[in-house]
Design a binder for this molecule. Structure first.
Ligand SMILES: *Cc1c(COP(=O)(O)O)cnc(C)c1O
Length: 415
């Protein structure tokens, strides 16, 4: 028997180790559509409880928007349920290409290629466009899917300290002998919520003849005046060589991702990117919903404006209450707790108060950096935020962390 008693015990021990370290992740079942208020079954078997959701990527409140749902229904009737093929055999419909064109227009690029997910876009893009003569120079806090994509590529790998432009410049100088230098970054860093210094990166890329890659998963649809992303925010639209992003967050939240950018680079992905070639792409029903999302966000900035207002308000409420938050302007607002168990305890107590948040800890964030990552949505109304802050204050008092900073919290709870 290959899966022997010893083998099973080894895995059981590993899992116990994860539990004992306070790092065990529990799934929670949601019995409602994604929205500002959701019904959550937790623990498993309990009757679903109505709570305010502060941890989704439903930034624009479009995940269950009636117009998007209606468009998805129509898509189902119009182009069926599944494709039963990868794109290049018989898996591309007219609506896939329409969506790619809309994304190109919205992102201000030359061409776009859909992928099953942004994880897949990142897994495929580097290998498709770079060779062993090239170098990838990545910010040290890029998303896990970029790390994996870089691993699959033969180009040399290097990193620069998070958002440290002087360090990036050193690296660009060091790699002048390479055919291509590609600077690789997230637009908004998902754990801390800080924005990339994209104008400075573009200036360095121009000075040292480098390409720029940005993953805009936590930016597309709401960062920048018209929500196009960090390139709009930083005034460098048209200067980014490759953008990857997801349909799984602000843009309807279903699934799917894309590579968008210089047309030759996108063409290389169409020819070579393995997750594109060997996996089905987004289903017609999702494409139809996403087309409606693109219409909605192109017509008006009302949703991204409301998200911005909610973010300003929520940051102010948490700060005034005495929580230790990461400063910034994105709707990702991390409440720092440093200790994994404390983060989980507070998340549990908040749930009892009707607020749904999740503790983040190693390996999702570095050891000793545990936190609760709150996220704003345009779907939140003032009454949601009022109720949420009252619960945060109550639970913060219980654990005696209000007005306390990093040193004091670590002194009380350890790292
Ligand atoms: C969420 C996320 C992804 C993955 O997106 P999927 O489409 O869900 O695979 C990739 N990159 C970043 C930066 C993300 O935040």
């Amino acid at each position: 028997m290959a899966y022997s008693k010893e083998t099973r015990e080894w895995y059981e021990n590993e899992i116990s180790g994860i539990r004992e370290a306070g790092l065990f992740k529990e799934e929670r079942y949601i019995h409602s559509p994604q929205a500002a208020g959701i019904a959550v079954e937790f623990p498993v078997g309990a009757a679903p409880k109505q709570v305010i959701n502060l941890c989704s990527n439903n930034y624009l409140g479009l995940s269950s928007h009636p117009d998007v749902v209606k468009a998805a229904h129509e898509g189902l009737d119009y182009r069926g349920y599944g494709m039963s093929s990868v794109r290049f055999i018989c898996g591309t419909q007219d609506i896939h290409r329409q969506l790619e064109n809309k994304l190109t227009e919205f992102l201000g690029t030359e061409d776009t290629l859909l992928f099953p997910s942004c994880m897949d876009a990142n897994a495929g893009v580097f290998e498709a466009v770079l060779t062993e003569k090239d170098v990838m120079i990545a910010d040290r806090l890029v998303h896990a899917s970029i790390v994996d994509g870089m691993r699959l590529c033969k180009a040399m790998q290097d990193t620069y300290k998070h958002s440290d432009m002087a360090h990036l410049e050193e690296k660009l100088q060091e790699h002048q002998d390479k055919r291509v230098r590609m600077v690789i970054t997230d637009g908004v860093f998902s754990m801390d919520g800080d924005l990339v210094k994209l104008d400075q990166i573009v200036a360095l890329a121009e000075k040292y003849n480098a390409m720029v890659f940005v993953d805009e998963s936590h930016a597309s649809g709401f960062i920048g005046k018209t929500g196009r992303g960090t390139h709009e925010h930083c005034g460098v639209v048209g200067k980014i060589d490759i953008i990857t992003t997801t349909l799984g967050k602000a843009l309807g939240g279903a699934s799917g991702g894309c590579v968008s950018g210089r047309k030759e680079l996108v063409e290389m992905c169409r020819q070579r990117a393995r997750p594109f070639l060997f996996s089905n792409t987004v289903a017609p029903v999702i494409v139809s919903g996403a087309l409606k999302v693109m219409d909605l966000i192109s017509q008006t900035t009302a949703r991204r404006d409301k998200l911005e207002q909610n973010t300003i308000c929520w940051r102010k409420l948490l700060t005034e209450a005495g929580f230790d938050i990461k400063e910034g302007e994105s709707p990702i607002v991390p409440v720092m707790l440093y200790n994994a168990r404390l983060a989980q305890d507070i998340a549990r107590d908040l749930f009892a108060e009707g607020i749904y948040v999740v503790g983040f800890f190693f390996p999702v964030v570095p050891k000793g950096q545990a936190r609760i990552r709150t996220q704003m949505s345009a779907a939140h109304e003032t009454h949601h935020l009022d109720k949420a802050i009252a619960a945060f204050i109550k639970v913060g008092k219980k654990h005696d962390i209000l007005g306390k900073g990093k040193k004091e919290i670590i002194a009380m709870y350890g790292q």
